[in-house]
Design a protein around this ligand. Structure first.
Ligand SMILES: Cc1cc2nc3c(=O)[nH]c(=O)nc-3n(C[C@H](O)[C@H](O)[C@H](O)COP(=O)(O)OP(=O)(O)OC[C@H]3O[C@@H](n4cnc5c(N)ncnc54)[C@H](O)[C@@H]3O)c2cc1C
Length: 402
């Protein structure tokens, strides 16, 4: 109930400003200008060739947008998480995809909050100027899935290194990243008081690791998400690459999750805007039975409903970001935002699919690609059920299911 009280306080005492309307208009316009160089054909061609959007990621990095949340002292722009959300939202609203690069926005926070001065000095400036890609995080494992604390990857201290063995799955962008954060168990489960203890976060230099204990195998997926299985066999990671304290890694990962939720919710908001715009435009243009299809309320109302759901989700994302940026607890709001935004995007996607009729499945219209992509937000990085469990158990105080 402690958690519940903390969450309620964040809602009743809101001394935080929640911006309405087009906040960060210059950033929004600059992102839209970049995205105009990457039209639907760019994404369709990449998908057909199962390739990573190198040009898009490089342009965003060089323009400083992927380092936007890194403090100015390390070469970034020092912007709040809300600004990061605006960047990702505009990318998605423009029909592009930020999946290839979003992770560094929230993982960088783990390094910033818990990394050593040496780690920050060594890596953050390169991440800020785009010369270092920090886009891979290995948390999920094949046998334990959402039950993170049961993960099996083990790191054992061996002098000034850890010897790591185990396996990860769904490690996106690992083959395109210079650095990867790896969540490992450093103290066996039967030697800790709480199952969330004894886990640690290691920073893996991918260039040193590949072929020296680390092997990747790409997973063919329904979206061009560039994700991998990771096999770890006697990988040596310097102790100097431990982030924060040994055994506290789960706390560090959790602590980055509110930012992650807010950022991926922002992508869903962008998706919802994309679908609502495309659907309403098409509903006005397409004439069947002598009138625009949008004149039929059966076509018009699902789009209008999706708009209302997007508006509500947008407010929740803004509230979560405002609390996060003012240093207040925001677990309830960040999780609720993730739930509402992913569902708003999906309902908008469904309305758009139906509005386009047969043309929805013709690839050149991009509707089916965005429809597939946006569905993922209800599964990863956290599934809807796990958010409902968080709200039911941590916010409403009902019995735990796990
Ligand atoms: C394209 C893609 C990219 C990804 N990228 C990364 C990445 O870069 N790094 C990384 O670490 N992970 C990544 N993931 C993994 C992602 O975070 C997991 O897929 C997600 O957390 C769900 O875990 P799971 O797939 O093992 O599902 P499971 O844990 O097996 O769950 C399956 C279903 O059962 C439900 N379920 C399970 N337990 C309960 C319960 N107690 N109550 C109610 N429902 C329950 C879940 O909600 C889910 O719907 C990615 C996944 C995908 C698909």
């Amino acid at each position: 109930m402690e958690d519940r009280k903390a969450m309620t306080d964040t809602v009743t005492n809101v001394p935080t400003n929640v911006p309405l309307g087009e906040d960060y208009p210059e950033i929004r316009e600059a992102i839209r200008a970049i995205c105009r160089n990457y039209p639907g054909k760019y994404w369709r061609d990449l998908e057909a060739k199962d390739e990573y959007p190198d040009a898009f990621v490089s342009e965003l990095s060089q323009a400083g947008y992927l380092g936007a949340l890194i403090p100015e002292a390390y070469g970034g722009s020092g912007l709040p998480v809300r600004a990061g959300g605006v960047i990702l939202e505009e990318i998605h609203a423009s029909g592009c995809s930020a999946a290839a690069c979003h992770a560094q926005m929230y993982m960088m926070g783990t390094m910033l909050r818990h990394g050593s001065d040496e780690q920050k000095r060594r890596y953050l400036p390169g991440i800020a100027d785009g010369t270092i890609r920090f886009q891979a995080f290995g948390v999920t494992e094949p046998t334990t899935g959402s039950d993170t604390t049961q993960l099996k990857t083990r790191a054992v201290r061996d002098g000034d290194h850890y010897l790591v063995n185990g396996q990860k799955v769904w490690t996106s962008r690992a083959h395109k990243s210079d650095l990867m954060t790896l969540l490992v168990r450093t103290t066996p489960l039967d030697q800790v008081k709480k199952r969330s203890e004894g886990l640690s976060v290691l920073l893996v230099d991918m260039h040193e690791a590949l072929g020296h204990g680390l092997t990747l195998r790409r997973i063919d997926t329904m979206v061009n998400h560039q994700t991998n299985e990771v096999f770890i066999d006697n990988l040596r990671v310097p102790v100097a690459n431990l982030i924060g304290e040994e055994g506290q890694g789960f706390r560090y990962i959790l602590d980055g999750m509110n930012a992650e939720r807010i950022l991926v919710s922002s992508e869903s908001l962008g998706d919802a805007r994309y679908f609502i715009r495309r659907a309403s435009e098409y509903a006005c243009e397409r004439v069947v039975f002598g009138r625009p299809i949008g004149q039929n309320q059966a076509v018009q109302f699902p789009i209008a409903r999706a708009y209302a759901e997007w508006k509500a989700a947008d407010l929740m994302v803004r509230a979560a970001a405002a609390l996060f940026d003012s240093g207040k607890p925001c677990g309830e709001e960040a999780n609720t935002a993730k739930l509402l935004a992913s569902e708003a995007a999906w309902h908008a996607a469904e309305a758009c699919m139906q509005t386009f009729g047969g043309f929805a499945v013709a690839r050149e219209f991009d509707i089916e690609r965005k429809w597939r992509e946006c569905r993922l937000a209800q599964i990863a990085p956290i599934s809807t059920n796990l958010i409902l469990a968080y709200l039911g158990q941590n916010v409403l105080g009902m019995p735990r299911s796990y």
